[in-house]
Write a protein that binds this ligand. Structure first.
Ligand code: ADP
Ligand code: MG
Length: 626
């Protein structure tokens, strides 16, 4: 590499060209910041080389050893020598950075890794069958020499960063580095269900992701890989996504709104098969769930977006984990509408794991060494003797429900026959009444309802909360929110710039039923509020402050709408039928009918389910009849 040889008299330039090993080390700082990054680059190379099986062996979280073996097409002698040169790649065929079909293309990873570690590469080219080996120690590479390597390529990286102690110091514990490698591998394995991945740490197998050869379709193979990595739980509580719009497709699995996590860790997003951590995609996912999950809970998702290569720039981040879309807005719209649609379609389903939990707790009660049934509702319930097994299901149900009515004597339900008109309708037209006929209210908050093929337990508070919220939203789209004038306007003082922002958005806020007027330089007066919120106590100053901040940070009006909706949702919660209110049969049935008409009624605004259902077959299982 060229050092400064130009002489312009004694006063030569102080700028010098850095030697190549230093250039590589600097690049390594960007591309390879920890062992997991090296693993990512090496495994991506194996995938690009057409491998069907990739083994990853680590020692000490990758700090002392990373060894990747693949069965890909390998490299010949010249390629082996070239692959360690900076910006040397076999992948950019036509010099077009917008026509990239491989994971790699920068020709940076191998020289970067080799500049901060001891690397041995052994490879047998599928073309001519010769095997060669090359060694590179901290940037100093050897001549290739013949090797006895069997198939594909094996790259061994020893003691990464051993000559750059500053970097070494920044590494975390072996365990933390290992976890980071695992994360990287999960992402790649999710995107490539047709490749077998094996991971060993300290000679122990810690991950074995085989190709699911019994699958009848690619989608099934993909689903099995997802279940293997994220867990069968997710598979059972996921909505399948498969949509195509113009030249974009979106596929994968997202969790039911009732199945969520405290972090976004389990959101695996891919663009054209490349794992990315992209803000646009994460925010689209968040927006799709905004109505059904509170801001501090995160859905689980594995999503594959494909777009034409010319529509996306993958060269915006050294580790290639971010991308830039030519038309970001239409990508976002496509994502949000596809996901929302899917969530809406599945909104009356609640997670099976909740039902399973309920069933298993019923089971536990049944196995208590007591003589009769002590249903799981606590001590206030009188034990009921098990009905004779000859009784039919309805009769048995009556015997179990009877004491519930006695426990909650309200004028109406005392006189209601057990098989009432609503029940007849439910039985005749099960499709129209999936939530069945209300039979009883227990513990002043749970409605028990008999459906055509089982029973449903409804959390009346959660359900009502969802209904209030949906009503509010429907009002908004139909005719704008109804306003209620304030007799004494409320004055809210905020910094001047925020007041300016709010005043400039007056019209917009008005559509949400909030009418404000400037009141001096640093205050606004609130003259009217959404009527639906008139009976709730709201800290308007804080709300306006939040809204101004959102507007200032990001002029995306959707954000504001989401925020207001969310805010309204929280308030809807307070305006809802509280648990503890005794409802009569007519009120209960009205609530159920309302829920059936309402989209997204399967969960409250906080992502909790509004009801759980037990099929007759499940109930029969509980009684040992199946
Ligand atoms: P890039 O992947 O961006 O091309 P790399 O530095 O990661 O850059 O790799 C350089 C080149 O080495 C690749 O273009 C490829 O030709 C070759 N190579 C690297 N790893 C392998 C492998 N496992 N099997 C076959 N060829 C490989
Ligand atoms: Mg590469």
């Amino acid at each position: 590499m060229q050092t400064s040889t130009r002489t312009n008299g004694p006063d030569t330039s102080r700028i010098r060209h850095l030697p190549s090993h230093l250039v590589n080390q600097i690049a390594a700082g960007e591309v390879i910041e920890r062992p997991a990054a090296a693993v990512k680059e090496l495994v991506e190379n194996s995938i690009d080389a057409g491998a069907t099986s990739i083994d990853i062996a680590l020692r000490d979280g990758g700090k002392t050893l990373i060894q990747i073996s693949d069965d890909g097409h390998g490299m010949n002698r010249d390629e082996l020598s070239d692959c360690l040169e900076r910006h040397a790649t076999s992948k950019l065929l036509d010099d077009d950075l917008l026509n990239i079909h491989t994971l790699g293309f920068r020709g940076e990873a191998l020289p970067s890794i080799a500049s901060v570690s001891h690397v041995t590469i052994q490879s047998r080219s599928a073309n001519n069958g010769d095997a060669w080996e090359i060694i590179c120690d901290n940037g100093e590479k050897s001549e290739p020499r013949p090797s006895s390597h069997f198939k594909g390529t094996q790259i061994t990286v020893r003691n990464i960063f051993y000559k750059t102690p500053a970097r070494l110091k920044f590494l975390k514990s072996d365990k933390a580095e290992f976890m980071a490698v695992k994360e990287v591998l999960y992402r790649l394995a999710l995107a490539h269900p047709n490749i077998t991945f094996r991971l060993t740490h300290q000679e122990k197998t810690v991950g074995d992701f085989q190709v699911y050869n019994d699958a009848t379709s690619d989608i099934e193979r993909q689903k099995m890989r997802v279940q293997k990595i994220i867990g069968p739980d997710f598979g059972e509580n996921a909505i399948a996504i498969n949509n195509l719009r113009e030249s974009m497709t979106l596929g994968g699995l997202i969790s039911l709104p009732t199945y969520h996590r405290a972090t976004s860790q389990q959101q695996y997003l891919f663009v054209n098969g490349r794992p990315v951590k992209d803000k646009l995609l994460h925010s689209a996912l968040r927006a799709a769930y905004a109505d059904v999950l509170p801001g501090n809970r995160f859905p689980v998702a594995v999503l594959f977006l494909t777009v034409p290569t010319k529509e996306v720039d993958v060269n915006v981040h050294p580790a290639k984990t971010e991308v830039r879309f030519r038309d970001a807005q239409s990508v976002r719209n496509f994502l949000v509408s596809t996901l929302k649609h899917a969530i809406l379609g599945d909104s009356r389903t609640t997670s099976s794991h909740l039902v399973d939990k309920a069933i298993s707790s019923f089971h536990q009660d049944n196995h208590q060494p007591s003589a009769g049934y002590t249903a799981s509702y606590g001590n206030s319930m009188r034990p009921v003797m098990p009905p004779p097994v000859t009784q039919n299901m309805t009769e048995r149900a009556h015997d179990v429900y009877k004491p519930l009515f006695e426990a909650e004597p309200t004028a109406n339900n005392m006189s209601t026959p057990y098989i009432d008109e609503v029940q007849q309708e439910v039985d005749i037209n099960a499709e129209a009444y999936p939530l069945g006929a209300a039979k009883a209210q227990v513990h002043k908050n749970y409605i028990i309802s008999q459906t055509a093929d089982g029973l449903v337990i409804i959390d009346q508070h959660a359900a009502h909360e969802r209904l209030v919220y949906e009503k509010l939203k429907a009002q908004l789209t139909e005719k704008g929110i109804q306003k209620q004038g304030l007799i004494t306007p409320e004055i809210v003082t905020l910094p001047e710039d925020k007041i300016d922002t709010l005043v400039s958005e007056q019209e917009y806020l008005d559509r949400f039923g909030l009418s404000i007027e400037p009141f001096g330089k640093d205050a606004v007066s609130i003259n009217a509020i959404p009527a639906i919120l008139s009976s709730t106590k709201i800290a308007w100053a804080t709300l306006l402050d939040d809204i101004a901040e959102t507007l200032q940070a990001n002029l995306d009006h959707n954000m504001l709408e989401e925020k207001i909706n969310h805010r309204l949702a929280t308030d809807a919660c307070h305006g809802s039928v509280r648990s503890g209110r005794i409802l009569n049969n007519a009120e209960m049935n009205a609530l159920l009918r309302d829920m059936e008409r309402t989209p997204l009624s399967g969960q409250c605004n906080h992502g909790r389910p509004t009801y759980v259902s037990l099929k007759l077959s499940d109930i029969e299982k509980l009684f040992g009849r199946k």
